[in-house]
Ligand binder design. Structure first.
Ligand SMILES: C[S@@+](CC[C@H](N)C(=O)[O-])C[C@H]1O[C@@H](n2cnc3c(N)ncnc32)[C@H](O)[C@@H]1O
Length: 276
């Protein structure tokens, strides 16, 4: 049976939602770049568009566009609109992005910025070529990131300092955030440990959170040499950094923490295991 006009219009609306879904991510990137969550936080947790434009030092002529951006972000759940005050307030979602950690913020903006970086996003423009590549050895058949950039993410992060720093900041804030929850709500996982090595531990955010919560656990991070070199000695917080390659050797410890690329998936080996 042919679809009714209503069904067709409904399906078209769904199609538009999917086609324009990226505007949500890009608006999020824009909000973080402009510092909107931090500005709302500084303004007491809620702000009108004119207050926000002034706090962000935006030209008055941009206010109508800022209003549209805020409407979209509110629709996506980042802010809640108060009709009476015509103000946008923080939500649990946007509090994740506020950088003032410990003052209601969770400092996850660097994660959003790095994951929405053109270097990360651009490979998804050529996904179809990966399916069409008849010869699995061709560049187009490799993982999308490598097909787009000619080398893997670690090599790009090593050569492009701006991207490398953004990526490491992203990993650090995400690791710190998840570890704070882990050491607060799942302390049993660490019982009996005297040493732990975080393999591919980035700039050590997770290891530092564990070391701070369990001072008797000797924490170390195994990382690629250029990542270790980028962590200033005075920011290592009692964590030992070992430059190396996890595929060659891993320092001995009671437990190995490997936070792999799939979000929020951990494995702590030795006598313990934990996944979330
Ligand atoms: C997805 S990041 C995860 C960082 C950190 N574990 C976290 O979750 O926040 C993977 C890390 O592994 C590191 N890495 C990649 N290949 C490696 C290797 N062969 N040996 C050691 N570290 C490696 C990268 O430099 C990067 O910091």
């Amino acid at each position: 049976m042919d679809a009714t006009g209503d069904q067709l219009m409904h399906a078209q609306a769904e199609l538009w939602n999917h086609v324009f879904a990226y505007t949500r991510s890009m608006s999020l990137r824009c909000a973080v770049e402009l510092g909107i969550p931090d500005a709302v936080h500084r303004l007491g947790g809620a702000a009108t568009v004119p207050e926000l434009a002034a706090a962000l030092s935006l030209p008055p002529s941009r206010a109508p566009y800022l209003r549209r951006l805020m409407r979209l972000l509110a629709h996506a759940g980042f802010f809640v609109f108060d009709d009476a005050a015509a103000s946008y307030g923080l939500t649990p979602l946007s509090r994740l992005l506020v950088s003032a950690a410990g003052a209601g913020g969770q400092g996850l903006s660097p994660f959003a910025l790095a994951m929405l970086h053109p270097i990360v996003v651009s490979p998804s423009m050529s996904l179809a070529s990966r399916f069409r590549a008849a010869d699995a050895r061709t560049a187009a058949a490799r993982v999308p990131f490598e097909a787009a950039h000619g080398r893997d993410l670690w090599a790009v992060a090593k050569d492009d300092r701006e991207f490398g720093a953004a990526f490491n900041d992203a990993m650090a804030c995400d690791g710190r955030f998840v570890m704070d929850v882990l050491v607060r709500d799942h302390r049993d996982v660490f019982r009996g440990l005297t040493s732990l090595v975080d393999v591919g531990g980035g700039s050590g955010g997770a290891a530092r959170a564990i070391a701070a919560a369990f001072p008797h656990v000797r924490c170390s991070v195994l990382e690629l040499p250029h990542v270790v070199a980028s962590v200033p000695p005075d920011e290592r917080g009692g964590v030992e950094f070992v430059a190396g390659d996890m595929f060659e050797s891993v320092p001995k410890a009671d437990a190995v923490l490997l936070k792999v690329r799939r979000p929020l998936r951990f494995a702590i080996s030795s006598s313990l295991s934990f996944t979330m």
